[in-house]
Design a protein around this ligand. Structure first.
Ligand SMILES: [Zn+2]
Length: 524
């Protein structure tokens, strides 16, 4: 027997991850306060029809425990529902029986009393598939149903159900089940089934299930028969074309360093392993999401690159869904990041610097584990600042912007000074001007951070004077903004010249109004 069937919840207390809906259903029964219709919405495998059946069971259970809010599971009604043999529960799959004739046939039986229990329940799965005519017929009955009739509807797409129907029903929006709960559930079941598994193999199953309990059990079934009851990370990875988690870190390390050779090698490797590109998209977006949050918190200015990378991957995923060419779209997203970092960074000194990093990194690689890589790169960059002597030992308004990018200032100090204009440097004093909101907030600690940071770049120990002014010009922050605008324009051009738009043009003969393409800038 399939695990998903064997371990389908038999009572409310066994339902996983839908506490709110379960509590509400228990209260409805406790207070005997019924609606004529109920809609259970949510993605596949989160328990829509399961809850519908449990609710039916609870409505008709002759020994229902009002105190604890659960069915007895032994009375004849409970048993009949468990065996799918209850005459008062009529289940219809609207995906295959959507027409008006099917609907009429079903509604004809509405007038007859229930045969065993108190209520006759119509459970319509995929209800959004019904035709307009069928919905109209259903609506008529929903408006004035006999007292003994209750409609339950399950759908993955509530927005396709007519408002007139929705407004007559009580709706439960079921959530995706958390990875934690799914993992706990799999562990429990594997224990009962005497399945041996390593922890990582279960993590992979959880990741693949994407919040669906049913999928997690179907995947487990498949894994158990494939691995002959002994699940390992390696066998599950192979079975589902999933790479180990460190692959994503490796790919992005290479992207961040503009290491084209490694990136291309990785993409080739993915292809040869026939990997699951959907999972790769998920992981890449997850990875960037976490990076963006961390770098925003630390005031790191590379955030803008990360935002663009995120955009490349999320656009790639959208393209993938439209074209079914998930692999190509993934490759393009990765290569876009490379093109971007290449052009954005050329012209600055970063390129030669990157080469140097790469050598140290590959040496480090052989000794260090993947999860330490991130740290290594950061360390290298700051070390490099020591190594690379700055030619100009004197700060000037001209070199300030470039020097500022090299400082290791973080947090508020970085934020404040990036909004100031370096007006002049006289003897050993730097004179800054800036808007009050920045100039007046800078404290002694911020100033000391700047002085120390400049010293680490081999500048002399400066004194700092700050005056507030109406408007500051040529600040690092204004420079970044200009760069950003350029990047966005460039990105827009890339979209305009992309294959996707060319396809639209060729296939539909539509011209693209370039002014109407809006790039949403999440930083603004
Ligand atoms: Zn019962």
């Amino acid at each position: 027997m399939a695990l998903a069937n064997k371990y389908r919840p038999k009572s409310f207390s066994e339902v996983i991850g839908q506490d709110n809906a379960v509590l509400a259903l228990r209260n409805i029964i406790k207070n005997q306060n019924f609606h004529n219709g109920y809609i259970f919405s949510g993605t596949r495998g989160v328990g829509k029809t399961t809850l519908g059946r449990l609710f039916t069971k609870a409505l008709n259970c002759t020994n229902y425990d009002f105190e604890n809010g659960d069915t007895c599971n032994v009375c004849s009604n409970c048993e009949a529902i468990q065996k799918n043999a209850n005459l008062d529960l009529i289940e219809i799959d609207a995906a295959s029986r959507r027409g008006i004739d099917d609907m009429r046939e079903m509604l004809e039986s509405v007038q007859y009393r229930p045969s065993q229990g108190k209520y006759k329940v119509y459970l319509i799965d995929e209800v959004h598939m019904l035709t307009t005519e069928s919905f109209n017929a259903l609506l008529k009955t929903l408006e004035e149903p006999p007292n003994h009739v209750i409609f339950m509807m399950a759908t993955t797409e509530t927005h396709k159900i007519p408002k007139t129907i929705v407004s007559r029903c009580l709706q439960f929006n079921l959530k995706l089940v958390t990875d934690e709960l799914i993992k706990k559930n799999i562990n429990k079941i594997f224990k009962e089934e005497n399945v041996s598994s390593d922890d990582k193999s279960i993590d992979l199953l959880v990741e693949l299930a994407k919040g669906s309990v049913r999928d997690s059990l179907t995947l487990s079934d498949q894994a158990i028969s494939h691995c002959d009851g002994n699940l390992t990370e390696e066998s599950i990875s192979k079975l589902h074309g999933v790479l180990d988690l460190s692959s994503t870190t490796k790919l992005f390390d290479a992207i961040f360093q503009n290491d084209v050779a490694t990136v291309v090698e990785e993409l080739k490797r993915y292809k040869s392993l026939d990997v699951n590109y959907e999972i790769l998209f998920d992981r890449s977006l997850g990875f960037l999401h976490e990076k963006i949050i961390n770098s925003t918190l630390s005031g790191d200015h590379t955030t803008q690159d990360l935002h663009l990378y995120y955009q490349f991957f999320s656009n790639g995923l959208v393209d993938a869904k439209h074209t079914d060419k998930t692999k190509d779209c993934f490759d393009i997203s990765v290569l876009r990041c490379l093109t971007f970092s290449d052009e954005a960074k050329s012209g600055s000194k970063k390129k030669s610097k990157l080469k140097e990093t790469k050598i140290t990194k590959s040496q480090a690689n052989s000794e260090e584990k993947d999860n330490q890589k991130k740290e290594i790169i950061f360390n290298e960059e700051s070390e490099e600042n020591f190594k690379e002597p700055i030619e100009e030992k004197k700060l000037t308004p001209t070199n300030w912007l470039e020097v500022f990018d090299k400082t290791d200032l973080v947090g508020p100090s970085r934020a404040f000074f990036s909004n100031l204009q370096l007006q002049k440097v006289e003897e050993d004093t730097i004179y800054f001007v800036g808007a009050e909101m920045f100039a007046d907030r800078i404290n002694g600690e911020n100033v000391q951070n700047l002085i120390d940071s400049l010293k680490r770049l081999n500048f002399p120990e400066y004194k700092v004077e700050i005056e507030s002014t109406e408007k500051a010009k040529n600040t690092p922050s204004s420079k970044w903004e200009q760069q950003r605008k350029k990047d966005i324009e460039k990105f827009k051009k890339e979209i305009i010249n992309s294959e996707l738009l060319a396809n639209l043009k060729n296939n539909y003969g539509e011209d693209i109004d370039e002014d109407k393409i809006i790039v949403i800038d999440h930083e603004e």
